[in-house]
Design a protein around this ligand. Structure first.
Ligand code: NAD
Length: 470
């Protein structure tokens, strides 16, 4: 089995299909040998990952700056810190999360006892995207290890410096009998997807999500799909607009808008929009200065392709801040851009923006905002800024999204106490903290019934007598 036309960075390393196949086979053998079963061994790998993260922090931060123009602080906050926190939280609670849960089996089975045991799934594959390449590669890995799984990790080729730094980290600090890295692009991922895994954890866009799910179906492999979508914001009349604007601007322009849960578009009544606009402009100035291209805290588009894609979504006739004239292809800089008077059929509303462009849409009120959300695909998250509890309750009950954040953006996913995942087109399955261990294990009921007295004899045939009684 050799790849006929190998492409991508791993191609010159020889026959990728044979190499990847051998890697996966070795890892399966390692799982079968029980490498990952002892909880102490899992905790040791997690500790090794935490040490590695600390040691390699400068290298990772440099790579993130190179790939995405992330500042050291932003990297510490949204990438490395998040993973470190995930490890610490998981290590602290793992034994209690894995403690078998007693089952209540009901009178028909009595006397009997049962418990739910969390069992590792086996050899898992983690396919990561480029936008938070450290966080979204390693946070799933924490859950995989904690659940007692072997993992093959495929970082995103679109953030090449970070892919290399992650490979170095994992190869230097983790046990190769437990975790292996396969770097590469479509060719390598396609070969990986031909292999049999016990779970595939994919983060990225929905088109590739479908490719992953299709390949997984071949082996009946379950998938966790962490996808994206257009996460809406509704700002209600009477909300504190200064704070609201800051929270939305921060959520939108962090990582230059390349965040799966970034507020995608903003809806409010014309009156609220009118009042909100100066606050939004002021918030951009306050966070990134009057020359955001000079701010160390404002990122860059990851690639020329993404730069061009987002640039094409901007309609300069509608911009009230930023716009294409300020863009710089050489550095892949797109300015923080706000567009007003946007309609549902504008290009910017046709796809997930995934860049620093915030469209403002006028709606008549909560009814229309809810109707708009319901008319589209289920988003990864939805945001509501409202002083009215009944409006918040309506969004919670009448719209469907991976999560709903009331009065804040972004920060909620940093909480290890909250399962993070999508619904419908924004994905399936959730992780972070306990949810991660749950998704990376099988909850297996283990039931025991004493042989005597043989109360099961009530259900043995012949049934003639029984039928008369029921
Ligand atoms: P990407 O281009 O890095 O792709 C993700 C992964 O898929 C990469 O590892 C890539 O190598 C692999 N891949 C690409 N094409 C493939 C193919 N044809 N066959 C097999 N594998 C392939 O990242 P992306 O998709 O551009 O990421 C952005 C998207 O991800 C956005 O839609 C965003 O909302 C979503 N996202 C979701 C989350 C979440 O947690 N739910 C987080 C980040 C990003």
């Amino acid at each position: 089995h050799q790849s006929s036309t190998p492409t991508g960075p791993a191609a010159d390393a020889g026959a990728p299909r044979a190499r990847i196949g051998a890697d996966v086979a070795a890892l399966r053998a390692s799982f079968d040998a029980g490498t990952t079963r002892p909880v102490a061994a899992r905790l040791a790998q997690l500790a090794a990952l935490r040490r590695g993260l600390r040691t390699e922090e400068p290298r990772l931060a440099r790579a993130l700056a190179e790939d995405l123009g992330k500042s050291r602080t932003e990297s510490a906050l949204t990438e490395i810190g998040v993973v470190a926190q995930e490890i610490t939280h998981t290590m602290k609670h793992l034994r209690s999360w894995l403690r078998p849960e007693r089952l209540s089996l009901g009178p028909l089975l009595a006397p009997a006892s049962g418990e739910l045991q969390r069992q590792p799934l086996g050899t898992t594959l983690i396919i990561a995207p480029w936008n938070y390449p450290v966080n979204l590669t390693l946070a799933p890995l924490v859950a995989a290890i904690a659940g007692g799984n072997i993992a093959v990790v495929k970082p995103s080729e679109v953030a090449p410096a970070t892919s290399a730094a992650l490979t170095h980290l994992l190869r230097t600090h983790l046990d190769p009998a437990w975790v292996r890295v396969v770097e590469g692009a479509v060719a390598e991922t396609t070969i990986l997807l031909e292999q049999r895994f016990d779970l595939i954890f994919y983060t990225g866009n929905g088109a590739v999500g479908r490719i992953v799910a299709r390949a997984a179906a071949e082996h009946l492999t379950p998938t966790v799909l962490e996808l994206g979508g257009k996460s809406p914001v509704f700002v209600d009349e009477g909300a504190d607009l200064a704070v609201t604007a800051r929270r939305i601007i921060w959520g939108k322009f962090t990582n230059a808008g390349q965040t799966c849960i970034a507020p995608d578009y903003l809806m409010a009544t014309p009156r609220t929009l009118e009042r909100l606009r100066p606050h939004l402009r002021r918030a951009v100035r306050r966070l990134y200065g009057s020359r955001p291209e000079r701010s160390l805290d404002f990122g860059r588009m990851v690639s020329d392709k993404h730069f061009e894609r987002v640039l094409a979504l901007i309609d300069d006739e509608k911009t009230i801040l930023g716009g294409t004239a300020e863009a710089d292809p050489a550095t892949r800089y797109l300015p923080p851009t706000i567009m007003t008077g946007v309609e549902g059929d504008d290009a910017v509303m046709g796809e997930e923006i995934f860049g620093p462009v915030l469209p403002l849409l006028a709606v008549s009120g909560p009814d229309e905002a809810i109707a708009r959300i319901r008319a589209g695909e289920k988003p990864l998250t939805a945001y509501v800024f409202s002083p009215r509890r009944d409006v918040e309750r309506r969004f919670a009950a009448e719209t469907s999204s991976g999560s709903l954040a009331l009065g804040l953006t972004l920060a909620h996913v940093g909480s290890t106490g909250m399962p993070f995942g999508g619904v419908g087109a924004s994905g399936m399955g959730a992780y972070h903290g306990r949810a991660g261990v749950e998704v990376f294990t099988h909850a297996k009921p283990v039931v025991r019934k004493p042989l005597t007295p043989d109360t099961l004899k009530l259900v043995y045939p012949p049934y003639r007598g029984l039928k008369r009684r029921v």
